[in-house]
Design a protein around this ligand. Structure first.
Ligand code: PEP
Ligand code: MG
Length: 557
């Protein structure tokens, strides 16, 4: 038996056969590329990202497995930038008109053949390395374009790391659990596992060498423990724990249909975060009071091209119809940072989290924004729609977005396409700038939704993708809590709603604090709805409101 301690990011217990997912062997587009310059830029950007990723990986491997293993990855870093490889790719793009993926894979094959034909056994062995490196670059290039991994049956999937676009394509009906050797707690892969209700552990160092594929593995997405080939005693204890968990889930079901209201009468709406229509059954099963965050960008991930207006309309309509009279808040496209999509052709950035992402891309590409807004307004007749804008930092961004909404409404009127006049508009407060400007922003919109994953990242200057910073990036930091209080006060002063939809919304130790602030809605992964409702119903704020507010304002860390 091998036991690995990782970090549990999506609670739940899973037991099943281990299945390794190796870096995607993507479907290579062989069609001639229309724009060689663009393909060349894409290659350069993917090459640089690969070098960067290999550097990070080498550092992690150095700490856990020593110098020799790290040196291998550093060798791969050099190979990724090898002039023969770079020149070979450029020639294939410019002279043969190939797309970047095909050019890099063909160059890899040709170089590997050259190495393999040499007499020196050391150099012969480099053939596998060069292929490996080219596969990495191609996987990076693919971004969201990779083919879905075929899962052989119900499995626990292990991977070195998984991108959000790979995760979104996994067949959830065959996925019992997820384990990654890398990853970060607030990265979107972990968040999506939570939304999908799939038990998941990240940072399980050594999982890729822990056993033959197909052997039994136990996974605890709560405490982060993974057991490969468990001994009978460990398995027995695990199954007992699983039974207790099931019994507790069953007891929670009695809270369905109940109100989320404190003993002293304060209501709090508990809604759900979803990635697409496929998550709605879990919302209904857990009695979510609405959808507080539909991450619409997942419609754009895992595809080869932009979803058109009709495709988006169908997805929004499906969710709105299924939720009937419960509000559905759809956030406009939020790509960039860890959600990279190949076909957007975005240039490489030194600091993608501080770069061209989310609303910034929409404002720079009005056609893209317009298509999404048209689909959203057209879907608005099928339910109670809210639309919110992510990554706002300035008042003018909201004014421009609202003007775009008005333009879309005028167009639809002219085309006789129906839409609701009651669409609620919101701003995501996830930059300190938006929190500080919330008194002004509140005058423009109907609600705020605080994205505390990003708000924490930007307030504390801690990259949410970096697991090493865990100690420094606590969302319970008084600076973050003070901003939330400020946003709640400004919202209520202007009679608009204040929601929280980041991961900390599910933290039961903060529920009383959020209630004391007057938060109107928490939006969480479906499985957290009923435990939160239980917590709310057990709370009596009258005795502790003042002390909670005082505590909030002091540095208790
Ligand atoms: C957030 O930042 O808290 C949020 C809800 O959005 P995302 O996690 O998708 O960036
Ligand atoms: Mg965010």
């Amino acid at each position: 038996m091998i036991s690995i301690q990782g970090v549990g990011v999506s609670p739940g217990l899973a037991c099943g056969p281990l299945y390794f997912l190796h870096p995607a062997e993507n479907v290579i587009r062989r069609a001639a590329a229309a724009d060689s310059d663009a393909e060349w830029e894409r290659f350069l950007s993917a090459q640089a990202r690969t070098v960067e990723q290999l550097g990070i990986l080498a550092e992690q491997v150095r700490q856990r497995s020593g110098e020799e293993a790290a040196a291998l990855l550093e060798g791969h870093q050099l190979l990724a930038e090898d002039p023969d490889l770079t020149d070979g790719v450029e020639a294939r793009i410019r002279e043969q008109g190939l797309g970047a993926e095909a050019a890099v894979m063909d160059t890899g094959t040709a170089l590997a053949e050259e190495f393999a034909s040499l007499d020196d056994p050391y150099l012969q062995a480099r053939a596998a390395d060069v292929k490996d490196v080219c596969r990495r670059i191609a996987a990076c290039l693919a971004g969201g374009d990779g083919a879905a991994a075929e899962l052989p049956g119900p499995v626990i999937l292990a991977a070195e790391d998984l991108s959000p676009s790979e995760t979104v394509q996994l067949d959830k009906t065959r996925l019992l659990g997820l384990i990654t050797a890398g990853g970060s707690v607030n990265g979107h892969t972990a968040i999506m596992a939570g939304t999908m209700g799939i038990p998941a552990v990240i940072g399980a160092a050594g999982i890729m060498d822990a056993g033959p594929e197909g052997c039994e593995v136990l996974l605890d997405g709560g405490d982060g423990v993974v057991c490969v080939a468990p001994d009978p005693e460990t398995k027995k204890a695990f199954l007992e724990k699983q039974e207790r968990q099931l019994a507790q889930d069953e007891r929670m079901k009695s809270l369905r249909g109940q109100k989320s209201v404190t003993r002293d009468g304060q209501s709090l709406r508990i809604c759900c975060n979803i990635g697409g229509p496929e998550d709605v059954p879990a919302v209904l099963e857990n009695d979510g009071e609405g959808v507080g965050l539909f991450r619409s960008e997942f419609l754009y991930l895992g595809r080869n091209d932009y979803p058109d207006e009709e495709t988006q309309l169908a997805a929004y309509r499906q969710v709105l119809s299924a939720m009937k009279d419960r509000e559905v808040i759809i956030r406009t496209l939020d790509i960039g940072a860890d959600k990279q999509i190949g076909y957007f052709g975005l240039p490489r950035e030194e600091n993608p989290a501080l770069g061209n992402r989310a609303l910034r891309i929409c404002l720079a590409r009005p056609e893209l924004f317009r298509t999404q807004l048209r689909a959203l307004y057209r879907a608005s007749v099928y339910g109670r729609l809210g639309v919110m804008f992510p990554m706002v930092a300035s008042v003018w961004e909201v004014r421009e977005s609202l003007a775009m909404c008005e333009q879309v409404k005028r167009e639809l009127r002219k085309e006789n396409l129906p839409f609701s006049e009651n669409v609620q508009i919101g701003v995501m407060v996830e930059t300190p700038a938006a929190a500080i400007m919330s008194d002004r922003l509140a005058q423009l919109v109907d609600f705020f939704s605080c994205g505390t994953n990003d708000l924490t990242q930007y307030t504390l200057a801690c990259d949410r993708q970096n697991r090493e910073l865990k100690r420094f990036s606590d969302p319970r930091h008084p600076a973050v809590l003070r901003l939330l209080k400020m946003v709640a006060d400004n919202a209520h002063r202007h009679n608009i709603r204040m929601h929280i939809c980041g991961e900390m919304a599910a933290d039961l130790s903060l529920t009383e604090t959020f209630l004391a602030m007057g938060v109107d809605e928490l939006s969480v992964s479906p499985r957290f709805v009923l435990p939160l409702r239980q917590k709310v119903r057990a709370t009596d704020l009258s005795s502790c409101r003042q002390s909670l507010m005082e505590e909030l304002m002091t540095d208790r860390l």
